[in-house]
Design a protein around this ligand. Structure first.
Ligand code: GRA
Length: 368
């Protein structure tokens, strides 16, 4: 077993850290307050080849979790096109996504289809050389700003999940209305509802074959879950760093507050949870690099990292007291942003279901 990163990976991580600290961190609090989507930073990350990878995502999320979501919206569709797309689809759509020229998205969730993906109602009906999309997608990251991404819909509802199909859709066209949604955290990651009314998608934009959509969706979620897990590590680390700094600065009752065992207990638990989660996330990423199945490992990593981020944000809030609760300092942002990791990309309960059902022999997690 080798726990060292290669020199190349260390260099990439350090470059990402420098970029995050110089380009994202200085305006993170302002961007969060003003709910600004930073398309310019997405393009800059595209130029640097940053729209990928666990190590980069963690560095970005450490300074601003919402910018990690932006990475996921680019790589999710790009990787899925790479895996399932035709040569023409790859050439036409991937470059825009990885350069950040196209602001990406993936539209799975609906009002009655969150954890239960197969319950979606959106349909894609064949009409000559195109499909007409009808239905409403909810809680779509980048919904208000995206101009292209993946959309999942039923081409044959009677076939249940085997009648679902995946499409790449160029979204700046008539037939789509958007509604912006407000959330507690990740304010620079715009979220929206997309309502499709006979929205046309060229038949050439179908990924794989009709009916492949559910399996494609599960494959895609397995990639984007890993990015999410890496983001949670970044938030856990940011909260821990804030708590450590404060413990070394602040004095009460004549001593540094780090001297108090109750704070040491919180710090030790934050560190142990974060480090354990990091190893699990790196294992899932390493398996992906080896082109080995890693659905189970990605679920374990995502679950552990989401919980570690929430533990750390909560503990940091306890340690910093009013300075944690204050909106003038970043810990309250970590706290708000951490919460999303227990909800998105398969809630913590969905991950636990995948993990436990695999262990019980009910449903194998690693299927391909
Ligand atoms: O045998 P079959 O032909 O019937 O196929 C079954 C199975 O083999 C069928 O799907 C196949 N399948 C898979 N194929 C390839 C299942 N899993 C996989 C896989 N991993 N790879 C049906 O299987 P099933 O087990 O009966 O499915 P189910 O019970 O309907 O659903 C399973 C499950 C709950 C795990 C799934 O629906 C799921 O993952 N739900 C969570 C949804 C989710 O993660 N949503 C995220 C939305 S996007 C988002 O959050 C954006 C956030 C942005 C950000 O912050 O980054």
């Amino acid at each position: 077993m080798d726990f060292d990163l290669s020199e190349e990976l260390i260099a990439v991580r350090d470059l990402a850290r420098e970029f995050a600290e110089k380009e994202i961190a200085p305006t993170a609090a302002k961007d969060d307050k003003e709910k600004t989507f930073r398309g310019d930073l997405v393009r800059k990350m595209g130029e640097l080849g940053f729209l990928a990878m666990v190590l980069i995502t963690e560095e970005v999320a450490r300074v601003h979790s919402a910018m990690r979501v932006a990475i996921n919206m680019q790589i999710g569709p790009a990787l899925t096109l790479l895996q399932f797309g035709t040569e023409e689809q790859k050439q036409k759509f991937i470059p825009g996504l990885i350069s950040g020229e196209t602001i990406g998205c993936f539209a799975i969730t609906e009002s009655d289809a969150g954890s239960d993906v197969a319950a979606m109602r959106t349909t894609a009906t064949r009409d000559g050389d195109r499909y007409l999309l009808n239905g409403a997608k909810l809680w779509i990251s980048n919904g208000p700003v995206t101009n292209g991404g993946l959309v999942y819909a039923y081409t044959d509802r009677a076939q249940k999940h085997r009648g679902m199909s995946a499409f790449y859709a160029e979204l700046n066209q008539p037939g789509l209305t958007r509604r912006t949604l407000e959330t507690m955290g990740a304010h620079c990651s715009p979220l929206g509802e997309l309502t499709f009314d006979s929205f046309p998608i060229p038949a050439a934009n179908l990924l794989g074959r009709e009916g492949d959509g559910f399996a494609i969706c599960m494959w895609q979620l397995n990639q984007t879950r890993l990015n999410c897990a890496a983001g949670a590590l970044g938030v856990a680390r940011a909260a821990k760093e804030a708590a450590l700094n404060y413990c070394n600065q602040r004095s009460q009752f004549g001593q540094k507050i780090g001297e108090f065992q109750m704070n040491q207990d919180l710090l030790a638990q934050m560190i142990a949870h974060e480090e354990a989660a990091r190893l699990l996330v790196y294992r899932a990423a390493w398996l992906a690099d080896q082109k080995r199945p890693n659905n189970l490992e990605a679920s374990i990593g995502k679950y552990a990292a989401a919980e570690a981020a929430n533990y750390a944000a909560d503990a940091a809030m306890k340690i910093l007291g009013a300075y944690g609760y204050s909106t003038e300092f970043p810990v309250e942002r970590y706290y708000r942003d951490a919460k999303s990791y227990q909800i998105v990309e398969g809630s913590s309960n969905v991950q636990k279901m995948i993990i436990a059902q695999d262990a019980l022999g009910y449903r194998k997690a690693n299927r391909g």
